[in-house]
Ligand binder design. Structure first.
Ligand code: EPZ
Length: 422
């Protein structure tokens, strides 16, 4: 198991290029199941989640490899074992997005229920409601979802809203089940996240007929088959936001390349509110912090609201602001594993249910801390960059799930992070 030794405080400066999006790559990799041929994906990052998802696809019968240009090739000529094992699904909730494409391709699937994780319960009731509406027979057996479509999938109108708003992977599952269904499907309260837009664009490149992309209402006209394509996934907006926070928390200046400002408007707005300078620059953004941080109130919401995947990173930043801030988590109300760890670093955070009151302090102090979910872990790395002394982050594997060798990207910018295997 790896740990990080992080010396601080440091001031970051320089240029970093953002990788392809993990959360766009996973559903787009799942979409390849629908195509009896070789799909080629560009800009898929090298992450443990991608490797795990590749294993999941291979277990289904696909062949997955990287070509000489580092593109990910998924040959789904054969999909003869439509089973998503608990071993993999329990490690990565995102695996659930194979359910829809397996029903579209094979007419049956057995996928383990995801179970809970560090950020809270990961229910899939809305996924299942949508698939049933499309004509799937679904029952639970020994912790697995067993789904079959005796009469095929039949287009219909589906409302996908839940108590926390839309569902990202629920939208992905229903969209991927609908593209080969008989007739037209209308999804209301669809997720509008850029990753879902990317999936819909990829499916249309394959020959699907999806309209309303990027809006809460998607219309999907079923087609007979899809063709294999070569597709480039979008840059990772959450990785970009994490590097924005790294520049701000170290009073540094970063040029963040290969990121789409239009995917980060809520984040840019919040950073500007707290006094961070964010400017559009060629093919990316320039982020500078010069002076003290102002306080802010932030509530996480479905896109285009402030993303829950950047809540922990912003909280680490606000822990150094001049005064009190309020962080309200509306997507995963329990997503606060980082609060106790940041308090070990002399932050002053008080959790009241889905709300955390952040009383800014002058200085964070290094401490041994425990990584939990991948975004909380990134927040601990950010705090370590600003803290006085050497912070030790345990269970770095959480970070490796969503960030490709983060220490090798931060050290050239001025960070002092040493990875150790223990
Ligand atoms: C995706 O998870 C992302 N994962 C998450 O990123 C992200 O935090 C989340 O969307 C929200 O933006 C991937 O894309 C692989 P949801 P997903 O279904 O789709 C509730 C990361 O850090 N809900 O949009 O699983 C659910 O409990 C990961 O990269 C139901 O109630 O999230 C939550 O409160 C973590 N019933 C809310 O909806 C359902 O059937 C949003 O969840 C489905 C969801």
């Amino acid at each position: 198991m790896d740990i990080f030794h992080i010396d601080g405080p440091v001031r970051l400066s320089g240029s970093v290029t953002i990788n392809g999006s993990k959360n766009a790559s996973l559903p787009i990799m799942a979409a390849a199941i629908l195509v009896p041929g070789k799909t080629i994906l560009q800009s898929v990052p090298h992450l443990s989640d991608i490797k795990l998802f590749s294993t999941l696809l291979e277990n289904l019968g696909c062949k997955v490899s990287r070509d000489p240009n580092d593109n990910l090739e998924i040959d789904a000529a054969v999909v003869d074992n439509p089973i998503g094992d608990y071993e993999i699904v329990s490690k990565m909730r995102g695996s659930i997005c194979i359910l829809g494409p397996l029903l579209g391709r094979c007419g049956r699937a057995e996928v383990s229920m995801p179970g809970g994780c560090a950020i809270g319960d990961r229910p899939i009731d809305i996924h299942l409601r949508g698939l049933k509406a499309l004509g799937a027979d679904i029952h639970l057996k020994n912790g697995y979802v067993v789904a079959e479509t005796p009469n095929g999938l039949i287009g219909t109108d589906i409302f996908l809203g839940g108590p926390f708003g839309s569902t990202v992977l629920g939208t992905a599952n229903i969209m991927m089940a609908a593209v080969l269904a008989n007739g037209t499907t209308v999804i209301d309260s669809a997720a509008c996240e850029p990753e879902i837009v990317d999936l819909a664009n990829c499916l249309n490149t394959m020959g699907a007929k999806i309209s309303g992309i990027g809006s809460p209402r998607l219309t999907i006209e079923g087609v007979d088959k899809l063709e294999p394509v070569k597709y480039t996934v979008i840059p990772d907006r959450i990785e970009a936001g994490t590097f924005m926070a790294a520049a701000a928390i170290t009073s540094g200046r970063l040029s963040i390349k290969n990121c789409k400002l239009e995917h980060l408007m809520a984040v840019v707005d919040k950073f500007r509110q707290i006094g961070v300078i964010v400017e559009k620059a060629n093919g990316g953004i320039e982020v500078t912090r010069d002076g003290s941080l102002k306080t802010a109130d932030v509530t996480t919401q479905p896109y285009p609201g402030f993303p829950t995947d950047l809540q922990a990173q912003l909280m680490a930043l606000l822990s150094l602001a001049d005064g009190n801030s309020i962080v309200i988590e509306k997507i995963f109300p329990d997503r606060f594993m980082h609060v106790a760890e940041l308090n070990r670093m002399a932050a002053h955070l008080r959790k009241e249910g889905p709300v955390v009151i952040v009383s800014g302090v002058k200085q964070l102090i290094a401490a041994p801390v425990m990584a939990s979910d991948l975004r909380a872990s990134a927040a601990l790395v950010l705090a370590g960059l600003a803290a006085e002394g050497t912070t030790i982050v345990n269970r770095v594997y959480h970070i490796d799930r969503g960030y490709e060798k983060i220490e090798e990207r931060l050290n050239p910018l001025g960070a002092k992070i040493e990875r150790q295997s223990i």
